[in-house]
Design a protein around this ligand. Sequence first.
Ligand SMILES: [Zn+2]
Ligand SMILES: [Zn+2]
Length: 393
Amino acid sequence: MTLSHTLEQLHSEMRQWRQHLHQFPETAFEETQTAAFIAEKLKNFGLEVHQGLGKTGVVATLSAGDSDKKIALRADMDALFIQEKNTFAHKSCHDGKMHACGHDGHSAMLLGAAKYLSENKNFNGTVYFIFQPAEEGRAGAQQMITDGLFEQFPADCVFGMHNFPDIPTGHFAVKTGAIMASFDCFEITLTGLATHAAMPHLGNDAILAAAQLITAIQSIVSRNINPADAAVVSITQIHAGNTWNAIPESVVLRGTFRCFSQQVKTLIADKLSHLVQHICTGFEIDATLAFNPENAGYPVTFNTEGETAIALEAAIAVAGKEGVNTNPTPSMGSEDFAFMLQEKPGCYLWIGNGSSENSCLLHNPHYDFNDDILSIGAEYWVKLVDIFLGSKT
Ligand SMILES: [Zn+2]
Ligand SMILES: [Zn+2]
């Protein structure tokens, strides 16, 4: 029986799991039913299952042969706070929550690979299957690491996969180096002196200083970053005042910045601090600047060379050379798998969710994971294990 034939047989089962997870989406650190569903399946396949890292994380271990090589494969489990607008039978049953990023599919594909490998233990070494919570803005990967993920499961390397709607169905895209941007938030509070709008000379206008600051912040990318290095800084919130005829005491500005290297990230943070301090000093306004006051910042997702070569070999084995884009444009989106790549060498790749007219972008209320790619993704995981661990002697 061939590899793809067996995974093909698992396909309908993976589809059932995927659509079940889609119906019952759970958001960051509350994936209790999702984790229970996944853990039960893994136990039934005969894997050793650990729960509780990162609150709801699940890690399963499968070993064969006598090698001490260890590979970790990671899927994310969490959904988003989005009201689903699809009407199909497996639409979300949880009001205001939806699997709009395909993490239901990621979990189903990794479960499929776990089932296949438990029945075909031809590899030599150990596979860790990581199902992590809270990828969407809450850094579940970091929480699992803080809780001891890689001490308890000391993998040599770690691999991640995400579906991508702009890539043809079942194709792959991967390359060495920065593949997704870092993500950081900031909050600036400017405090002046409130006064009657008709008597501005008796107060100190924080809104005027904020306007100068917003304009100056636009110079960070345009006049400080090498044009060959991509970066973006955006002010996304302005909060001040509540009436027509009073100048308010304070203004709160919030925003984000994204880039592809630690050097640029540090430069943006330094310039931001410098502008806040000196513009506000010039206007005699008190100012504070806080980085990542609510959300966790995410580092750059950086693929290491050796592991990317292995991922590439596995992707080509599944989709053929013509089905693998080896030079995709890095995404300004970010990914908390980056935390795992700070700890271990590894590679994060995209699998095509299909670029047909009906295919929605991620985080769209009409999005749905493409079930046609379930066995393709699972086969990628299996090939990866095969290549990295090799066969039993
Ligand atoms: Zn997402
Ligand atoms: Zn996602």
